[in-house]
Design a protein around this ligand. Structure first.
Ligand SMILES: *[C@@H]1O[C@H](CO)[C@@H](O)[C@H](O)[C@H]1NC(C)=O
Ligand SMILES: *[C@@H]1O[C@H](CO)[C@@H](O)[C@H](O)[C@H]1NC(C)=O
Ligand SMILES: *[C@@H]1O[C@H](CO)[C@@H](O)[C@H](O)[C@H]1NC(C)=O
Ligand SMILES: *[C@@H]1O[C@H](CO)[C@@H](O)[C@H](O)[C@H]1NC(C)=O
Ligand SMILES: *[C@@H]1O[C@H](CO)[C@@H](O)[C@H](O)[C@H]1NC(C)=O
Ligand SMILES: *[C@@H]1O[C@H](CO)[C@@H](O)[C@H](O)[C@H]1NC(C)=O
Ligand SMILES: *[C@@H]1O[C@H](CO)[C@@H](O)[C@H](O)[C@H]1NC(C)=O
Ligand SMILES: *[C@@H]1O[C@H](CO)[C@@H](O)[C@H](O)[C@H]1NC(C)=O
Length: 662
């Protein structure tokens, strides 16, 4: 393991001096770390939606519209679209280029009507040929190279020559923000704030009349991202920026170093970006994510399939796209975009739907985690840690890891209850990993019939389109189900909150799950399962505080004899549907069977009409099998299951399941 300072010494003294302040001496940042400022901005839920974007050479109104419509036509949900660079008449003047986007407000309105958020690319650079440059230069709104230099030489960057805005000058920032208003006023939801901040290292003595001493990289990055985030949130309480947490930069061939870009409080939906479209590129992204997690950044993802384009017409292989998409699904930001082709259906051979089907299911898996990610994200944010918890402990010198071989594992926990083992090698068929200790073991997200003990080396098949991802048995897991693709319900589950308990823990202890809301108080769900006397089965009490939503409870890998639902006013006795078969996602050759068509389930509400709604109609649309016992015929592809719902939980609900045999 080589330390960053050694590498920097080799990279040249002037360069090293500038970077060393950034990497080794993070002294200048402090304000945002107080607990009160951490609590100031609420965690934003739409970070957990599926984002797509087109690269700059494709961005125009027709393309963006068509792109989102194409995803919808393939039944793939899109939560946000990033309109990448070159959408404005000058670089970072925020005036929409109407030759490309004749009606940006119309586009934003149209996207919002489809529940798609819109973010726009931006940086901290003003190019010399941008219409707002003259005013910035005349008023001295830029970071100087030496305090008395009136106009620094423009910096050459990937979109021309520009100067860095001086965010320490309140007048300059106000001027800048008034330009952001041009797009915030039409409803834009935030910005992809790209990484021009490191260019400050090209100055020998970066300074601002409004900043004491040299402006270090840290000072500048905090001011740039912090200002963008704070102002966008001030104008729109749900706004986000997509910015870098820790990302690597290439020092010289094959050797990279890691840099903290944004301040932590601004990274709800960060991304580690711009990788090669190769398996080493995926490894690079995973390394950056581990670093971001170790450094306490809450939520982030990476450019699925790699940002850069490689050989071939599509710029990447379908295999890479799916392996990367599977990682993306189990990150808090699932984001697909970059150069050349990223649309999954374009990777399918004629007559095949392998890639698009797998991608659709991965997006569905991501959406099922939405409530879970919202809760764990909010909790992580409040305790200054990441949703991603790498299995590999943070090294003593985290900036010292510079080679892929230095990582012992890329496995991680996503919050407390999911374990993920990324597959990052070509032609992989199996995956080997060690699940964390958990007495009740773990269940496979992609094959509910498979459970595994913790604390033991485990080998599983890892067919393309899946990822070894495991949920904690016994936990109470909130799911947002709206498709049958993961075997947790179907379209009839949409709008309700599904509470899944795989392998209930019947030792009398309480298991709970906080249910965060973005703009209101949290609700709480919990269960206690008490062992019964004389082998009569356990009694499981599930309680949900007022939620304003229906709830569906799935108790899996367990049988029961009866269910009673109380919502405070009425009571219903429901006969159970017992046993259910589930899709098992096999190797790519026999992939992606949707859940079997629903068979008639048994339902019998109590006589009182007021109670009928409690054993609600969604019962019949769950893929429940069999009348009075387990679906023996389905063999290994089945798991016993009790499904209750939809139960309206306006006043809170109490669901008692008796005769539980887990
Ligand atoms: C938050 O976590 C980071 C990284 O672990 C640490 O450097 C920082 O001191 C923490 N801040 C607070 C307020 O605990
Ligand atoms: C974007 O639009 C341009 C011009 O309308 C068109 O040539 C190009 O094929 C479009 N690209 C995509 C990806 O739709
Ligand atoms: C999308 O879903 C609809 C409704 O379930 C279905 O009719 C259609 O065939 C699906 N299209 C694709 C491309 O999967
Ligand atoms: C900058 O200019 C001021 C007067 O305009 C002068 O007092 C000061 O010494 C100069 N600083 C440097 C670093 O040249
Ligand atoms: C952004 O707001 C937080 C308080 O919510 C504050 O601590 C931080 O300094 C602000 N950042 C900038 C760059 O103004
Ligand atoms: C993967 O398989 C392909 C086709 O068999 C082969 O060309 C390629 O070299 C293999 N790659 C690796 C890393 O094994
Ligand atoms: C995990 O297994 C090892 C032996 O392989 C054992 O020493 C250790 O105590 C176990 N940890 C837990 C938490 O069960
Ligand atoms: C892959 O795992 C299966 C069991 O799941 C095992 O039978 C097979 O030998 C493994 N293959 C390799 C190459 O490890």
């Amino acid at each position: 393991m080589r330390s960053l300072s050694v590498v920097l010494a080799a990279a040249g003294a002037a360069f090293a001096a500038a970077w060393a302040t950034a990497a080794a001496a993070p002294a200048g940042r402090s304000a945002f770390r107080s607990p009160s400022s951490l609590a100031a901005a609420p965690y934003a839920p739409w970070a957990h939606h599926h984002w797509v974007w087109l690269s700059s050479d494709q961005s125009n109104q027709a393309n963006v519209t068509a792109y989102v419509e194409e995803y919808a036509a393939h039944n793939i949900t899109v939560g946000a679209v990033d309109i990448d660079s070159m959408w404005s008449t000058g670089v970072n003047n925020f005036v929409v280029d109407t030759t490309k986007f004749p009606d940006m407000k119309g586009l934003v309105d149209q996207m919002h009507a489809k529940s798609v958020r819109v973010i726009l690319w931006a940086t901290s650079m003003i190019d010399t040929d941008s219409p707002n440059y003259a005013e910035a230069a005349a008023k001295g709104y830029f970071v100087r190279n030496g305090l008395n230099e009136s106009t620094p030489d423009p910096i050459k960057w990937w979109h021309g020559h520009g100067i860095l805005l001086d965010y320490f000058n309140p007048e300059a920032t106000a001027w800048w923000n008034s330009q952001l208003d041009l797009v915030l006023d039409i409803g834009v939801d935030g910005f992809k704030t790209d990484g021009t901040d490191p260019f400050i290292a090209e100055y020998i003595f970066p300074q601002s009349p409004y900043h004491e001493g040299v402006v270090t990289y840290r000072d500048y990055a905090d001011a740039y991202y912090g200002s963008f985030f704070n102002y966008s949130r001030e104008r729109n309480p749900e706004a986000l920026i997509m910015s870098r947490p820790v990302d690597s930069f290439n020092l010289f061939d094959g050797v990279s170093a890691y840099l903290e870009f944004s301040p932590r409080y601004a990274v709800f939906s960060g991304w580690v970006g711009d990788q090669d479209p190769t398996f080493p590129g995926l490894v690079d992204a995973l390394g950056n994510m581990l670093h971001s997690a170790w450094r306490g950044y809450v939520g982030f993802g990476s450019d699925i399939g790699g940002y850069r384009s490689g050989h071939g017409q599509l710029g990447r292989t379908g295999e890479l796209l799916l392996r990367w998409a599977a990682v993306g699904a189990f990150c808090s930001l699932m984001e697909n975009g970059g150069d050349k082709e990223h649309r999954p259906w374009k990777f399918d051979a004629p007559g095949s739907t392998l890639h698009v089907d797998a991608y659709r299911r991965l997006v569905a898996a991501h959406y099922e985690l939405e409530q879970y990610l919202l809760t764990t994200g909010a909790q992580a944010f409040e305790s200054n840690v990441s949703i991603m918890r790498p299995i590999m402990p943070m090294p003593a010198d985290p900036f010292g890891i510079i080679q892929p071989d230095d990582y012992t594992t890329f496995d991680y926990m996503l919050g407390p209850d999911y374990f993920v083992s990324p597959v990052y090698k070509a032609n992989a068929t199996n995956a080997t990993f060690t699940l964390p200790p958990n007495p009740a073991g773990w269940f496979s997200v992609f094959d509910r019939t498979a459970t595994f003990p913790g604390n033991r080396t485990t080998v599983v098949q890892a067919p393309l389109g899946t990822i070894p991802a495991f949920g904690r048995r016994g936990a109470l897991l909130p799911l947002h189900v709206s498709t049958p693709l993961l075997g947790n319900g179907d379209e009839a589950s949409a709008g309700a909150l599904t509470l899944l308990v795989h392998g209930p823990r019947c030792d009398g202890s309480a298991v709970s799950a906080e249910l965060r809301a973005f703009d209101g108080p949290s609700a709480l769900a919990s269960y206690v399962c008490r062992p019964g006397a004389d082998g009569s089965g356990a009694t499981m009490d599930v309680q949900v505080s007022p939620l304003g939503r229906d709830v569906i409870v799935i108790v899996r890998d367990a049988q029961a004899s009866s269910v009673e639902v109380r919502d405070g006013e009425s009571t219903a006795a429901c006969l159970l549907a017992r046993g259910s078969s589930h899709p098992v996602f096999g190797p790519a050759a026999v992939p992606y069977k949707p859940a079997p068509a629903p068979m008639p389930a048994q339902r019998q509400a109590s006589e009182a009409p007021s109670a009928q709604g409690l054993c609600a109609s969604a019962w019949s649309s769950h893929p429940a099998v069999g009348e009075s016992g387990l679906p023996a015929a389905s063999g290994a592809a089945s798991v016993a299951e009790v499904v209750v719902g939809r139960v309206p939980v306006d006043r809170g609900a109490h669901i008692r399941i008796t005769g539980v045999v887990a």
